[in-house]
Design a protein around this ligand. Structure first.
Ligand SMILES: [Zn+2]
Ligand SMILES: [Zn+2]
Length: 174
């Protein structure tokens, strides 16, 4: 079971519902949106004006239960060695987090594109959840597990796992 946890006030429920449907399809697992909402002011770095992804993961991993938990946020995430991350996950753990901050066309000075935003969010969520299933980065450039630290690379790949990754994650074929 996968649970989606909104982080911050401006993650819309419709966004989460749509994402939840996409993830349930890709992972052939049940996916629910949690009723609670997480305040991550504890992870704020006042110098970088960003939020530490790893602190958020640690919090998510501490939530009791068996389900995988994917935090979804609009705040900008970072880790010490990168200026930003689209998301982060515990490899073979329970927790993952994705940010829409840099998935929005507006971030790059372009006009809003809701369809593109949903697609990018699904890709990034499939990717980070893939890590929780123990998957590492994939050499297949179309696979959602291909590494992508820039928006161009993210746009290049697909929303789905390749056959090899699907097998490794224990997701049944289709
Ligand atoms: Zn990755
Ligand atoms: Zn793959």
């Amino acid at each position: 079971m996968i649970q989606l946890l909104p982080i911050g006030e401006d993650v819309r429920l419709e966004t989460l519902d749509e994402l939840s449907a996409g993830l349930a399809r890709e992972y052939r697992d049940s996916c629910h949106v949690r009723d609670d909402r997480l305040d991550v002011s504890f992870a704020f770095d006042s110098v970088r004006k960003q939020y530490h992804a790893t602190s958020i993961l640690r919090y998510l991993a501490g939530i009791s239960g068996e389900a995988r938990i994917l935090g979804v946020t609009t705040v900008d995430l970072c880790v010490p060695i990168f200026t930003f991350v689209f998301g982060e996950a515990q490899v073979a753990g329970r927790a993952a987090v994705v940010s829409m901050h840099r998935l929005r066309e507006e971030f790059y000075g372009l006009r809003a594109n809701p369809t593109l935003l949903s697609e990018r969010l699904l890709k990034e969520a499939v990717h980070e959840l893939g890590h929780t299933f123990g998957l590492r980065h994939c050499q297949d450039w179309q696979c959602a597990m291909a590494s992508s630290h820039t928006i161009d690379r993210l746009d290049l790949k697909g929303t789905r796992l390749c056959r090899t990754c699907r097998g490794a994650a224990g997701v049944n074929g289709r």
